[in-house]
Design a protein around this ligand. Sequence first.
Ligand SMILES: [Mn+2]
Length: 308
Amino acid sequence: MKGHVNVYVWKRIRKAVKDLEMGFAPRKVRQLFFAGIVLCVLCTLFLVCFLSFGILEHPYTHRLAVIVPFRDRFEELIEFVPHIGRFLKAQGVAYRIIVVNQGDTYRFNRGALINIGYHVSKAQCDYLVMHDVDLLPMNSKLSYRYPQQEEVIHHLAAPHLHPKYHYATFVGGILMMRHETFARLDGLSNKYFGWGLEDDEFYVRIKEAEFTLERPAVDIGTGINNTFKHMHDARRRPRDMARLGNQREESRRRDRVTGLHNVVYRLQSHHKMQIDGISADVFNVFLHCDVTRTPWCEKPKTKRAQAG
Ligand SMILES: [Mn+2]
């Protein structure tokens, strides 16, 4: 029975093809035939476009948290947000900009703010870059793509590219890794109130964990003067360099007590803002200071130098 049907279908097809060849096919059959060809071509084109577009625009499903520890730098922020948004979009990187604003009156604590940035971004992002707001990447070869290895940390603001810091163990400015990598290092110390050294302590954490630091190649075509735009005016924004009490001595030690797991803060408010069409999330946070452990967290009363 089946064979019989097949023979019948085969005969019909042969007749249709023959009719087409002879140009005798009814108009409708010819129209259908050509419509079929056009449809096939369109489908192929669509498939090719869809695949290549997909590969170009979304090479992976990862999402980057751009964590910006922040206080009192509105002029820098309105330049940073549109710039980094366009830069990442051009790389096909999916991202969220997380501005962690220190709302309390303690001295600026970059480490604690970045730890908080991890906590508020971990639900939506799987890798992070701690990013100074005054440092704009200008070379498109600086890659913000997902780190291929868990134990590799990417230092984009490398000593041979950063406009200001050139020592070999420098890991400040722009540092990128997976969320799980940051968690395995227990984030940054929360003890660094005031400017500087929290990144040097983090370097010791990286070395102790025996993770690898990866930096952009030396031949990316730019150097210390044109890889980044650095909005750094020391007169306008004096750094809070005061070392109060035993802070100097304490700052030189590897902190084995504080980190990501015990950063204490209160989330005052969460705002969504948009600058030139690029969205950013602002988390307004109040840090906690244990004055028995870090008595230097209060702002020095005599000096004017307050800006982180
Ligand atoms: Mn700077």
